[in-house]
Design a binder for this molecule. Structure first.
Ligand SMILES: Nc1ncnc2c1ncn2[C@@H]1O[C@H](COP(=O)(O)OP(=O)(O)OP(=O)(O)O)[C@@H](O)[C@H]1O
Ligand SMILES: [Mg+2]
Length: 237
C-alpha cells in the first residue's frame, strides 16, 4: 500500500476551479517532486493534502485512511508535516523556543526514530550558534532551515515542502539541498513542490508536472532530466 494516494482531486477557491482530477501516489521513503510554473497549482495541491484548502471532490488516502475533508490539525496529527511557501517562524521567539514549541505538538510516528533538538541540530548545524537568538533576525536560508527543523520536531511520516529553495542565494540553495539529501537518507517520505530543476535533480526519485491545475506528465527523475522537450514545454520561462 502506498503511503499517500491522491485520486482525482478537484479544488476550488470560491468559484474558481483550480485543480482538475489531480492524481498522484507516493510510496514510503520516496522523494516525489511536484513541478510546474507559477500558478500551476503546486501550493494548492499541498494545501489540499494538508486540509487548508480541502478538495471539493476527490480522495486523499494517507496510510490507507481517507483524510479529505478532515481539519488540518487532525491531518497533521496523523503524521503529515507541512512547510508552507512563506516561512512561518515565530519571529519574536528564540530559535530554541521555535523548536521547543513544535516539540510539544502531538507527534506522529516519525518513521521509527524520533526527532529531538540534538538530532535536528545535527542535520542543520548552522542553527546551533543562533539557538538563543531571536528567529526574526535569521537570514532567509536559516529561516527556511528552522521551518523545516521545527516541522521535523513533530515527527512526520510525510513531509510537504513548498518551494524551499525560492528566494535563496545559490550557495544557500546548495547547502539546503545537501541537508535534504541527508534527510532523505533517514528514509523520510517527502513531497517537494519546486520550480528549480537543478535543485530537485539528484534529490527527487520521481516527478509530476502540473500545468493549469492538471497533471501533464509523470516519470522517474532520470527520464525527466533526459527529456528536454518536456522541460521546455512545462517549465522553461
Ligand atoms: N487564495 C486564492 N484565491 C483565489 N485564487 C488563488 C488563491 N491562491 C491561489 N490562487 C490561484 O490558484 C492557481 C494556482 O495557484 P498556486 O499557488 O497553487 O500555484 P503554484 O504552482 O504554487 O505557483 P507558485 O510557483 O507561484 O507558488 C493560480 O491561478 C492562483 O492565481
Ligand atoms: Mg506555490
Amino acid at each position: 500500500m502506498a503511503l499517500l494516494e491522491v485520486e482525482r482531486l478537484n479544488t476550488f477557491y470560491g468559484q474558481s476551479h483550480i485543480l482538475f482530477d489531480v492524481s498522484l501516489v507516493v510510496d514510503k521513503g520516496e522523494v516525489v517532486c511536484l513541478l510546474g510554473r507559477n500558478g500551476a497549482g503546486k501550493s494548492t495541491t499541498l494545501k489540499s493534502i494538508i486540509g487548508l484548502v480541502p478538495p471539493r471532490w476527490g480522495s486523499i488516502r494517507f496510510k490507507g485512511q481517507e483524510i479529505a475533508g478532515l481539519p488540518p490539525y487532525r491531518i497533521a496529527r496523523m503524521g503529515i508535516g507541512y512547510v508552507p511557501e512563506e516561512r512561518r517562524i515565530f519571529a519574536n521567539l528564540s530559535v530554541r523556543e521555535n523548536l521547543e514549541v513544535a516539540c510539544r505538538l502531538t507527534p506522529g510516528e516519525g518513521n521509527g526514530r524520533r526527532w529531538d533538538m540534538e538530532r535536528v541540530l545535527a542535520l542543520f548545524p548552522r542553527l546551533r550558534p543562533f539557538l538563543e537568538r531571536r528567529a526574526g533576525t535569521l537570514s532567509g536560508g536559516e529561516q527556511q532551515m528552522l521551518t523545516i527543523a521545527r516541522t521535523l520536531m513533530t515527527n512526520p511520516d510525510l513531509l510537504l515542502l513548498d518551494e524551499p529553495s525560492e528566494g535563496l542565494a545559490p550557495v544557500v540553495v546548495q547547502a539546503l539541498k545537501e541537508q535534504l539529501l541527508r534527510l532523505k537518507e533517514t528514509g523520510l517520505t517527502i513531497i517537494l513542490a519546486e520550480q528549480n530543476v537543478r535543485f530537485v535533480s539528484g534529490l527527487g526519485d520521481r516527478v509530476y508536472i502540473l500545468e493549469k491545475g492538471h497533471i501533464r506528465y509523470q516519470a522517474p527523475m532520470e527520464r525527466f532530466l533526459a527529456d528536454e522537450a518536456v522541460r521546455m514545454a512545462y517549465l522553461a520561462v
